[in-house]
Design a protein around this ligand. Structure first.
Ligand SMILES: NC(=O)C1=CN([C@@H]2O[C@H](COP(=O)(O)OP(=O)(O)OC[C@H]3O[C@@H](n4cnc5c(N)ncnc54)[C@H](O)[C@@H]3O)[C@@H](O)[C@H]2O)C=CC1
Ligand SMILES: O=C(CO)COP(=O)(O)O
Length: 352
């Protein structure tokens, strides 16, 4: 498409130019001008003068800004691509400039804790569904935006940036959000499916990270493909149980954003969650791993939240509970594995 033919259209906004935000901004820029928000002035400067992020070339139709008001005025559709730990803070900075005519689609695979002011997870220990927010719920809570969507699926940013074929799911209660996501993102290397169960699709992307950490740990122990197949299938059962308890539907968990992303992240050294598990199994301590990782591994916080949720509801989630002990209580991975091998699972599939 020529730059002339896109000049009259409104730009598309992208908030957060990390790995995933940059990959998605590049896909969007093939069809539309993009305005990208980055919090650091040097990143904005690099985008606008060099057309690079972290030294990697980006599309020339991406304009950097540090100004939420300018971005919201210039764009009707905005993609929020920041980690869950920063999501609430970032959405609050944009909230004064967001109106009901905006469409907001996020790509964040994490959860927010929703506790009374001043309370921490350590103090409450057990939580229920009302203490957990998916990112679409954060957007609805913090802004007047109505048409909210999410983007989830097997979408390793490095593969997308290399132009490898992939597919994603745009989920929203509003069909127009799904259609807009498809119109903006679809190309001959990127297929876009729709789903109306936004919470189920969000939870798919969130919960598979737990199993990806465990899969990396198995690989780090030098275990083979039989063990991985066992983990992925039992992990799927756990994902379905937790996901159902949090309000998602089975149909989403067995789709591209669920099983599709589970398989991808459980098998890829490009996954940060998988890498955390792998390094743990090689004997590194979690704080050391976190200190040397530049990018976010959402699964660590998700394990903390899900462990507290499981305790609050009386459910059992053996992989998550054992992984919690490995991450935060120094349980040896070999011992966690032994425990799981002795766990009295009896029925193969009991969720259909
Ligand atoms: N990298 C990947 O392959 C994929 C990542 N995701 C999800 O996308 C989300 C973002 O991940 P990545 O881009 O990989 O992370 P990243 O660590 O590469 O980048 C995060 C970006 O958010 C920005 N940010 C952090 N705190 C901020 C704040 N307070 N205000 C403004 N900006 C802030 C950082 O400056 C950075 O640009 C995560 O939830 C992740 O699970 C989803 C699919 C694929
Ligand atoms: O979700 C992802 C790919 O779909 C990325 O996984 P990581 O966050 O583990 O890198």
């Amino acid at each position: 498409m020529s730059s002339k033919s896109i000049s009259n259209k409104k730009s598309i906004g992208v908030v957060g130019m990390g790995s995933f935000g940059t990959a998605v901004a590049n896909i969007l820029a093939a069809k539309n001008k993009v305005i990208a928000y980055a919090r650091r002035a040097e990143v904005v400067e690099e985008i606008n003068t060099m057309h690079t992020v972290d030294g990697s070339k980006i599309h020339e139709d991406i304009l950097g800004t540090q100004d939420p008001e300018y971005l919201c005025k210039s764009c009707d559709t905005i993609f929020f691509m920041v980690p869950s730990a920063a999501f609430q803070e970032v959405i609050r900075a944009f909230s004064p400039f967001l109106y009901p005519y905006h469409m907001v689609i996020h790509g964040t695979k994490g959860l927010c804790l929703n506790l009374p002011e001043g309370k921490s997870l350590e103090e409450v220990a057990k939580i229920s569904r009302k203490n957990i927010l998916t990112m679409s719920e954060v957007i609805l809570k913090e802004t007047v935006v109505i048409r909210v969507g999410c983007l989830a699926g097997p979408n390793l940013a490095k593969e997308l940036s290399a132009g490898q074929p992939a597919a994603t799911v745009v989920a929203s209660r509003f069909n127009e959000v799904i259609l807009e996501g498809q119109r903006l993102l679809r190309n001959d290397k990127f297929q876009v499916y729709g789903n109306s169960d936004i919470v189920g699709v969000e939870l798919s992307g969130v919960l598979k990270n737990i199993i990806a950490i465990a899969s990396g740990a198995l690989a780090g122990l030098g275990l083979g493909e039989n063990a991985k197949g066992l983990l992925i299938s039992r992990g799927m059962v756990e994902l379905v149980y937790l996901g159902n308890a949090l309000g998602g539907s089975l149909k989403s968990f067995i789709g591209l954003a669920g099983i599709g992303d589970l398989v991808t992240t459980c098998n890829s050294t490009l996954s940060r969650n998988y890498t955390v598990g792998f390094r743990l199994a090689k004997g590194e301590k979690l704080p050391d791993i976190l200190n040397t990782m530049e990018e976010v591994a959402e699964g660590i916080n998700t394990v903390r939240l899900m462990k507290a949720f499981v305790e609050g509801t009386g459910m059992r989630a053996p992989i998550t509970e054992n992984l919690y002990k490995v991450l935060f209580e120094d349980l040896k991975i070999e011992e966690a594995l032994q425990y799981l091998m002795k766990y009295p699972f009896s029925v193969d599939v009991d969720f259909i």
